[in-house]
Write a protein that binds this ligand. Sequence first.
Ligand code: FE
Ligand code: FE
Ligand code: ZN
Length: 278
Amino acid sequence: MLYIGCHLPSSKGYLAMGRHAVSLGANTFAFFTRNPRGGNAKQLNKADINAFLQLAENHNFGKLVAHAPYTMNLCSANESIREFSRNMLADDMTRLELTPGNYYNFHPGSHVGQGIDKGIEQIADALNATLKPTQTTTVLLEGMAGKGSEIGSKFEELRTILDKVELKEKMGICLDTCHLWEAGYNIVNDLNGVLEEFDRIIGINYLKAIHLNDSKNLIGAHKDRHERIGFGKIGTDPLIRIINHPQLKKLPFILETPNDDEGYSNEISLMRSNYTEW
Ligand code: FE
Ligand code: FE
Ligand code: ZN
């Protein structure tokens, strides 16, 4: 079973997202846990969540991959932004327990001049202050393209963060194909080599989800510009090899391509028609 979906608007609640996903042929999806401008997140509605959980069961949904707001930066040089980010993280952990057992993906952050080591320390401190042994959500660090002072464009940096987190069993990694490519990992000509490197440095069992995107840029560009499948510099065939790779094919794949509903629906059916069941 291929678990594939896309990033969906969340303002109308869980049931609306579930129905939207089904209408696109998706059986997982991503969504922002709150308005990226921050402030208080919308009150969650238990009836809405229960109706969604039933729909997800009826349609054999895979794990959801919630996305933290882009404004979260746990390693900002500014203490008030760090505090705002830690509060959002803690609040999101509480809220996600209403839809148990899913994934929560976040960008490790940008150290903005503080240096990678200090940034990594701050990210790990925030996770250690927040993660609880009883939580059912797995928190995923997203591998980044390496724009500006972004942390997490190298497997070694992701590994160093994991090393410093106490509750490692609550942690995982989400790889984004556009980010990998723009970070310099050659997933077009050497997918096996990239996965071997990931396994050697981090451990393949930490890999929990894939963001499936083409890229507007050449390998190593460090710009982070997503493109629709087949319209970028990665191309359709390498992405089809990714969804079929024995070490990846059971993971949830999330499209974050610049698309409308019709475009997402087309990309989902393109991937489904090129997926081999195991
Ligand atoms: Fe992301
Ligand atoms: Fe992504
Ligand atoms: Zn991106």
